[in-house]
Design a protein around this ligand. Structure first.
Ligand SMILES: NC(=O)c1ccc[n+]([C@@H]2O[C@H](COP(=O)([O-])OP(=O)(O)OC[C@H]3O[C@@H](n4cnc5c(N)ncnc54)[C@H](OP(=O)(O)O)[C@@H]3O)[C@@H](O)[C@H]2O)c1
Length: 441
């Protein structure tokens, strides 16, 4: 049986998952690909570090050229993370005629244009299923299952850390910092969780999802991003009373003028919304397409084995392409990203100012007479109508919390009203603002 040799860059979480699947599922893989997939070399930084998986003598190396320039290696699997060295390694691998598989969303969100272009010039594949929603084969579903349909909107929970934190705060009443600490202890959050809770990681994934769904090149600067850091357990408890849960969503939708709305921010969802039932570190992507209607892709969005499956399935696809090409047949593998993405026109995201939402506001005000009137007057002056309002006094605090639910209003008006509210001396803390999900058509 033919053997296809691969080189792996990185033997951390995902690298160990890939090696384990290649080892434990080797018979299945051989049957499905009709070739043996053999790991020839694995690049690491530190040879003495303890690993999740045992490796045979001589497999590990600290010399990148032993992977990138080995003529026997046909596929390079980039799993080191980061954007600088990873970009150089991917470029070197392509230049040396290797196909590349990666799970690195940051790399593709920042340098995808150049890398897909390079892959196309070199006639090589660059696959990346593991980069979005870990083990959930959502990119395959969009590229293949929905290839004949027209996606109108997608909306997903694509950052497990943010979802875990919000879910813990909602279900157990934990404070934000405590929930983040638990996410770190459980291995869901990095020591520095800012990319996750700040929404940037979700924006990286949205850029990839939206590019494939809408056939336009989406860059990070066209995505409006707001994190979950300002949300408190109190806000989530009030939301629950009102019949809502808060989730951090990545949303892309096609507007009437065919422009895309791209955003990542916390959203109040009715408690019976299908995404409200996504708990813990799970991910889900809800796609609305013209012919199929709604379809949802749900599962583990990170972790050694789930992400390992996505990466290994990409390796198998590349292996099939190699076999088909060397047999002189047309490629039987997927219509891969490079040609699709390089043909795409860049997208100019619609301004978030054009959005309209109902909003939850929690305004922290001093106990001074007339404060209620001032808040109502400021909102009214900006055209913000109040649908509901309630006030309470946190125990031992010298100020009051005013919860206001607004009617639907433009982003611009809401932002201007909050700025003016916070300019007043009676406003003692930053206002928490969470958008309600817009009604679905
Ligand atoms: N973890 C997940 O659940 C998950 C899910 C989806 C996507 N991803 C993506 O998958 C990629 C890998 O993530 P991970 O969690 O597996 O990372 P990780 O656990 O930090 O592992 C990184 C590996 O790369 C090696 N490495 C880093 N820089 C290197 C360099 N300059 N030269 C040589 N080796 C280097 C490290 O070597 P040493 O071990 O010697 O330090 C380590 O083995 C990232 O792009 C990440 O965003 C991860």
């Amino acid at each position: 049986m033919r053997s296809i040799k691969i080189g792996v860059l990185g033997l951390g979480n995902v690298g160990a998952g890939v090696l384990r699947i290649l080892r434990e599922h080797s018979q299945t893989l051989e049957q499905r690909v009709s070739a043996r997939i053999e790991v020839k070399r694995v690049l690491v930084r530190d040879l003495s570090r303890a690993r999740e998986i045992e490796t045979p003598e001589g497999l590990l190396t600290t010399d990148p050229s032993e992977v990138l320039e080995d003529p026997e290696i046909a596929v390079v699997v980039e799993l080191i993370g980061g954007t600088t060295t990873a970009k150089q390694f991917v470029e070197r691998a392509l230049a040396a005629g290797k196909h590349v598989v990666t799970a690195n969303k940051a790399l593709l969100a920042e340098h995808g244009d150049a890398l897909f272009q390079r892959a196309q010039e070199c006639g090589r594949e660059l696959l990346f299923e593991g980069a979005v929603a870990g083990g959930i084969p959502v990119l395959r579903a969009i590229r293949h299952g929905l290839a004949s349909d027209r996606v109108q909107r997608l909306c997903g929970i694509v950052n497990g850390t943010s979802n875990y934190v919000l879910d813990k705060m909602t279900r157990e009443g934990l404070a934000y910092a405590e929930a983040v600490a638990q996410a770190q202890a459980a291995g869901y959050a990095e020591a520095d969780p800012s990319l996750d809770v700040g929404g940037v990681d979700a924006a990286h994934k949205l850029a990839l999802l939206a590019s494939l769904s809408f056939g336009k090149r989406v860059t990070l600067d066209s995505i409006f991003v707001e994190g979950i850091e300002s949300i408190r357990a109190y806000d989530l408890a009030v939301a629950k009373d009102l019949g809502y849960v808060v989730r951090s969503l990545a949303i892309a939708s096609r507007g009437a003028d065919d422009r895309l709305q791209l955003r990542v921010h916390p959203v109040l969802l009715p408690h019976d919304h299908v995404l409200a039932g996504v708990h813990g570190a799970y991910n889900a992507v809800l796609v609305e397409s013209e012919a199929l209607g709604r379809s949802m892709y749900y599962g583990q969005g990170a972790g050694m084995m789930p992400t390992g499956v996505a990466v290994t399935s990409d390796i198998m696809d590349v292996a099939r392409t190699i076999l088909a090409n060397t047999a002189g047949q047309a490629s039987t593998a997927e219509d891969t990203a490079p040609p699709q993405v390089t043909r795409m026109a860049s997208v100019v995201g619609a301004s978030p100012d054009t959005l309209q939402h109902a909003n939850y506001l929690c305004v922290h005000v001093a106990h001074v007479s007339g404060v209620l009137g001032r808040v109502a007057t400021v909102l009214g002056a900006h055209g913000v109508s109040i649908a509901k309002m309630r006030q309470d006094h946190p125990e031992g605090a010298s100020h009051a919390r005013m919860v206001i639910v607004t009617e639907v209003v433009s982003e611009a008006a809401m932002a201007a009203a909050i700025t003016e509210l916070e300019r007043g001396d009676d406003c003692v803390e930053a206002t928490v603002r969470i958008r309600f999900m817009e009604p679905e058509g």
